[in-house]
Design a protein around this ligand. Sequence first.
Ligand SMILES: Cc1ncc(COP(=O)(O)O)c(C=O)c1O
Length: 377
Amino acid sequence: MLPDFRLETYFSRWEFNAKYNICASDAETISVQELLEGANEDDLRLWDNLTLAYTETYGSPVLREAIADTYDNMDPSDIITFTGAEEGIFAAMHALLSADDHAIVLTPNYQSAETIPASICEVTGIALDPTNNWELDIDLIQQAIKPNTKLISFNFPHNPTGKILSIDKLNQLISIARTNGIYIFSDEVYRLLERDDSIRLPQVADIYEKALSLNVTSKAYGLPGLRIGWIACKDHDLLDALERTKHYLSICNSGPSEVLTVIALHARDWILQKNRKLVADNLEHLNTFFAGYSELFDWTPPDGGCVGYPRYKGKEGVEQFCTLLVQKSGVLLLPASVYRSALTETPKDHFRIGYGRKNMIEGLKIMENHVNRYCRV
Ligand SMILES: Cc1ncc(COP(=O)(O)O)c(C=O)c1O
């Protein structure tokens, strides 16, 4: 039995009730009309001729081709699609892991990265170091490996800290996995929103034969309502196992979402450019805000993605800070309890803030008024 998904449970209560959601993890969205205005003629024909039939479980060939084009070394046959990234995580853990296996995950984490494998087999958590800008100690990974370790799972740019591993450390992780015949599940849903292009990591499935690279239209593209995610992987037996798992889940994607995703991927240059600029501008605002309140917050700008995880130092503690902020001022943040782990200690005084959406600036102003009125060091 899976435990409540704390982040989603918190969102069930507040996401559509709070006036200012400034903890969202997606970039600003666009309307269907705007997307169609950016479509080329062939893609518009696809849209006009679309029927509402079932689609192929793997995803339509044209969709898999458009996705494969976003990788360096992937063929359409290396791609399987899902209903969002979330279904991809669920299917991958069930296709890969059995009760006798062992998996390694990082903490803190997007909860399903931990709780789904933990519902299947033994899982070891390795904590990112909050005192050293969320650095990963590779030796701890090496020490955690057991004869039955089947999987190492990680997510960079990381939710909630925005941490990106150095390329050297990524290569060390791949080398450890390769030596021990271990799969890597690399959640890359925040990729393409790096603060600086030079720290963008390769997509792991492009460079490691036993890797599953997860991505989705939700985050950098700002199109979560499409619910189209995918896994890229060179291991076709594993892709077949994923397909068979999907038969028990959504079976296939929504046809309209598939075509709209093809259009979005073909139009990705302008969509990504727009979102990267917004994220960069919002980050400037956050840096200015936190610099003015250093007695209440510790803030290091994230390496990438569009969420960050500052520390709150006010005397009432972060849980009460977030509760009062949403109740009195209508501004939604995610407190540290949402990111609690059953595997390791996680910091109790941080909160997630999101900076991918246009309304962040307005929400931040309201938060500043709230802080001036209610918060004390
Ligand atoms: C790291 C990570 N992986 C997967 C997902 C799931 O993405 P989706 O909501 O598009 O299914 C999220 C969503 O927040 C996430 O942060």
